[in-house]
Design a protein around this ligand. Structure first.
Ligand code: 13P
Ligand code: SF4
Length: 359
């Protein structure tokens, strides 16, 4: 993954005091399965019981109890993306959502420390919007194939090639890339952002499929890049049509990072939260979520009348975030996200323009 910021957890030693120095390190608490922990966490178990066997709960519950206690002691909040595993999403997260919701919520957070359960670009976005807060990610290696597909130098070359054409950058990019662009977008607002310039040509990068799916919804000519999400690019129309043929009742709900041929056969396409809302509002008898695996697991218990068909793909980056690593983050105040001040102000502007766009 692209490591644009200087990090206290990586090789980039900075003169800045580390989060561990500022807040102090505390010893990892004893993780015991006791009757008290069983009682305290039972209501949380009920939310994940379809995904975690009862016999395994004594392993999860002590972590969950310790994380929830330490969060309060440290004045920290946990922001978790919809792709996090059920025990993170339901049992320790304070705020869950899609990329846009998490970016917006990050601006409202009161706590001193934000633990970002998601991938690096999300934590970096939180840092851009909260320069005075401490942003921690439980695993600095949680990257993204889209963020890795493009650099700031690539954007400068695109600007030379297409002078005067506005550059809209998907939020799944490094701060270095955001700093070179006019405005960010997410999957939930990409069409609106592209149209906000009132011009006939816009560069929408780096996700080729998102760009093609935006192009199908607007008169603006879209120029793009060859970046792809390694999770969504694997779905094919052929595979999905086979499910539909086997059971015509199945509704297909896709993410716009999927190839165009997939989106064309979907009954609905939208951001992860858009997909969740569609299922909750419409309650189709059977649904196939064309996205990362944890999404269906996270919402299944909230819509028991819906049957989920699961040909899902895992995001290996999202899955780097685990309860033990979240606990280590809270105890040792790691890994801290720092953004190079030389790029932070310009990158922040691109994110803020998006967040402040009127709906
Ligand atoms: P959204 O949650 O914004 O739809 O993004 C999906 C995604 O792939 C994030 O990495
Ligand atoms: Fe990146 Fe795709 Fe993983 Fe999202 S699901 S973090 S876009 S690789």
């Amino acid at each position: 993954m692209s490591q644009s910021p200087q990090t206290s957890g990586g090789t980039g030693k900075t003169a800045i005091q580390s989060a561990a120095e500022r807040f102090g390190v505390i010893e990892r608490p004893l993780l015991e399965w006791t009757p008290e922990i069983a009682e305290e966490t039972e209501h949380l178990y009920q939310k994940v019981k379809d995904h975690i066997p009862r016999i395994e709960w004594p392993v999860y519950a002590p972590y969950i109890s310790a994380i929830n206690r330490l969060k309060k002691e440290r004045n920290a909040v946990i922001l978790a993306h919809n792709y996090q595993t059920p025990e993170i999403y339901h049992c320790v997260a304070d705020i869950v959502g899609d990329s846009l919701q998490l970016a917006k919520e990050a601006t409202k957070v009161d706590a001193e420390i934000i633990i970002q359960c998601g991938v690096h670009f999300m934590a970096e976005t939180s840092k851009l919007l909260n320069p005075d807060k401490t942003i921690l990610i439980p695993d600095m290696k949680a990257g993204c194939s889209l963020a890795d597909s493009i650099t700031g130098a690539d954007i400068r070359l695109l600007r030379e090639r297409y002078p005067g054409v506005p550059v809209v950058t998907y939020v799944n990019t490094s701060a270095e890339v955001k700093a070179e662009t006019d405005i960010c977008c997410t999957s939930s607002n990409a069409v609106q952002v592209v149209e906000s310039f009132g011009v006939d040509r816009v560069l929408c990068i780096p996700d080729e499929y998102l760009a093609l799916n935006v192009a199908a919804q607007t008169k603006v000519k879209i120029l793009t890049w060859k970046g792809h999400c390694e999770v969504h690019e694997r779905f094919t129309a052929e595979e999905l049509l086979a499910y539909k043929e086997a059971d015509p009742q199945i509704e297909i709900v896709a993410h716009p990072e999927c190839p165009r041929e997939v989106v064309e056969i979907a009954d609905y396409t939208g951001s992860t939260s858009g997909m969740i809302n569609y299922v909750k509002d419409r309650k189709p008898p059977k649904v196939l979520l064309v996205t990362e695996c944890s999404m269906a697991s996270n919402i299944e218990s909230e819509v028991p009348e819906v049957q989920f068909v699961k040909p899902c793909n895992l995001c290996p980056h999202m899955k780097r975030i685990t309860l033990p690593k979240i606990l280590d983050s809270l105890c040792e105040m790691k890994e801290e996200i720092l953004v190079d001040p030389a790029i932070a102000d310009r990158a922040r502007l691109a994110v803020e323009r998006m967040v402040n766009l009127k709906h």
